[in-house]
Design a protein around this ligand. Structure first.
Ligand code: KG4
Ligand code: ZN
Length: 344
């Protein structure tokens, strides 16, 4: 089927995303976030996120359909994130998607959220999308994953992921230690601009030779977070002023370093000269800068989709389903559920 009109629903975390695509063309991408409701808790509260999806889905759907200039009955298929993510949040999207597909008499495609992030690249109209294979580094508040994508619709391999906190979560926790508000990523990024990234040498989790056999492509950020907490405590106990900018810059450097070291290692090990970035943490200035530096030095082509397609959204989910339709894949049967730990 050529260029199907697909509506995608994304509710795996705190963003309610509805996106509409025609083949690989982006028609609309409506995102409504419950981030503000989680701010006072310092992290996403699953129950609050699920309720917010329930309230936001209807208006987001109407807005996306209007913006795309279509009638909802025109769509050829519905796509929805079925995992991984927060169970309750996923269930709201899956339920809505099934109801929509049933009422319109259209096929439905269950999409893996992580693979969806890779699918976002297809909608980037700054030129041709990436060839395959490619390595994808996905970093957000909920995930930190390194993927080997040989074929977007049929062959995606998880090379590694975080064994504890996600990178964005680490930013949020360190921001809290430094007394900066939630979400902490943008705050740390801002504070770091005034700091010295070499002021403190924080640990690069799972980068030591002894870790590399088992965890070559895995990440760990909880030790780094603890190291920052200890360092800050010692300063406070000594009655000294905490140099927030230097801590932020040094922490940010440690995260960027370990992310890009492992991503470039994966490109080199697999002989894949392409790296795609995705996820909300990609907004980070130093991560973007170091990605350019390291890939340039290694002769690796780098793609970073626009931020609106890097953060969680429905268009990337629709895009992936459209690829599956064009590749002749069968739709999902209506009995799929929401799987918080869905493997790629
Ligand atoms: O992909 P995303 O919008 O949503 C979910 O994870 O659901 O990512 C949000 C995460 C938060 O942890 C936030 O602190 C982090 O991305 N983030 C950043 C920056 N902007 C957002 N982390 C580091 N630097 C930034 N500039
Ligand atoms: Zn995501």
């Amino acid at each position: 089927r050529e260029n199907p009109l697909v509506l995608g629903i994304e509710t795996s975390c705190d963003e309610t995303g509805i996106g509409i695509v025609r083949g690989s063309q982006l028609l609309s991408n409506t995102i409504s976030s419950s981030m503000e409701q989680h701010a006072r808790y310092g992290g996403v509260v699953p129950e609050v996120a699920a309720r917010a999806h329930l309230e936001a889905l209807g208006p987001a759907l109407t807005a996306a359909v209007d913006e795309a200039g279509i009638a909802v009955s025109d769509i050829d298929a519905v796509a929805v994130t079925s995992g991984p993510g927060l169970s309750g949040a996923l269930m709201v999207g899956v339920g809505a998607a099934k109801a929509l597909a049933l009422s319109l008499g259209k096929p439905i495609y269950a999409v893996n959220h992580l693979v969806g992030h890779v699918g976002a690249d297809i909608l980037d109209d700054r030129g041709e999308p990436f060839e395959y294979p490619t390595i994808a580094l996905l970093v957000s508040g909920g995930h930190t994953s390194l993927l080997l994508v040989r074929d977007l619709t049929s062959d995606v391999e998880l090379l590694g992921e975080t064994i504890d906190d996600a990178a964005g979560e680490a930013f949020d926790k360190v921001a809290r230690i430094l007394g900066l508000p939630y979400p902490g990523g943008p705050q740390i990024d801002k504070a770091a601009a005034e700091g010295d990234p070499t002021a403190i040498r924080f640990p690069r989790g799972l980068s030591l030779p002894k870790d590399m056999a088992k965890h070559r492509y895995d990440f760990s950020f909880s030790g780094l977070k603890t190291a920052v907490a200890r360092w800050v405590e010692q300063k406070q106990d000594a009655g000294e002023v905490v140099p927030v900018a230097d801590v932020a810059a040094s922490f940010r450097e440690a995260v960027a370093d370990v992310l890009l070291t492992k991503a470039v290692n994966a490109c080199n090990d697999y002989g894949v000269p392409r790296l795609l970035l995705g996820g909300g943490v990609v907004a980070n200035k130093r991560i973007r800068e170091l990605a350019v530096e390291r890939t340039d030095a290694a002769g690796i082509a780098l793609r970073i989709p626009p931020l609106s397609l890097c953060t969680d959204n429905g268009a990337m989910i629709a895009a992936l389903a459209a690829q599956r339709i064009m590749a002749g894949h069968e739709p999902s049967t209506l009995d799929f559920g929401a799987d918080s730990t869905l493997p790629v």
